[in-house]
Design a binder for this molecule. Structure first.
Ligand code: ADP
Ligand code: MG
Length: 189
């Protein structure tokens, strides 16, 4: 049916928006399945949980090709009308083929993903999926420094901006990340 992509930095309300959207589908009596990558065990093993504690049950999926196939098999087995995928940037790029295939069928697919990594560079998977979307919701957070438009994710290590040459994927919450605007986003080179 359609592919909708919800994007923005951490704390911009992507998971909140995903939960709102799938709950609405529930009122329309649709069969709903929500998936998330197993890497993101920040708050709960089997729920999408937002930064302010809202929850929705999910299938937790390994981030490899078997996991991608598993998503397809579960959707077919359960006959879902609507599926959500949270934190898509953690999955291999091969998930895009499966998502496109499902969206080409009668399924409404809603995914969320970070726009940029902590360096301020796009996640490859998002660059590939955004142009394919039927609808894009671009959210922003509040800059932790000035209260302006927080469009970027700031990683902080020992109270200082993280170095450019540190790994892109380090799972953490408010102890490690902030939303920042373009002006206040910092990377140490
Ligand atoms: P995301 O999935 O994009 O990381 P969530 O939906 O989990 O975002 O969380 C959004 C919530 O985070 C907001 O409703 C708000 O309560 C909280 N929050 C914490 N810090 C900020 C911030 N700097 N800007 C906006 N919201 C914030
Ligand atoms: Mg989220």
């Amino acid at each position: 049916m359609t592919l909708e992509v919800i994007t923005g930095p951490m704390f911009s309300g992507k998971s909140t928006e995903l939960i709102r959207a799938v709950k609405r589908e529930g009122y329309a009596k649709k069969k709903i399945g929500v998936f998330k990558p197993s890497i993101d065990s920040r708050y709960s093993e089997d729920n999408v949980v937002t930064h302010d504690g809202l929850k929705y049950p999910t299938f937790v999926i390994p981030i490899n090709d078997d996991g991608i196939k598993l998503i397809y098999d579960i959707v077919k087995r359960e006959n879902f009308d609507v599926i959500g995928v949270d934190e898509i940037q953690f999955f291999p790029t091969s998930i895009i083929d499966v998502i496109e295939k499902l969206a080409d069928e009668k399924i409404k697919v809603i995914v969320t993903g970070l726009n940029l990594n902590f360096r301020g560079e796009p996640f490859e998977i998002m660059s590939t999926i955004l142009p394919r979307a039927d609808n894009i919701i671009h959210l922003s957070a509040v800059c932790a420094t000035c209260g302006g438009r927080g469009t970027r994710t700031q990683r902080i290590v020992n109270g200082k901006p993280a170095r450019y040459d540190t790994p892109v994927i380090v799972v953490g919450g408010q102890e490690m990340y902030e939303a920042r605007c373009r002006e206040h986003h910092e990377v140490i080179r």
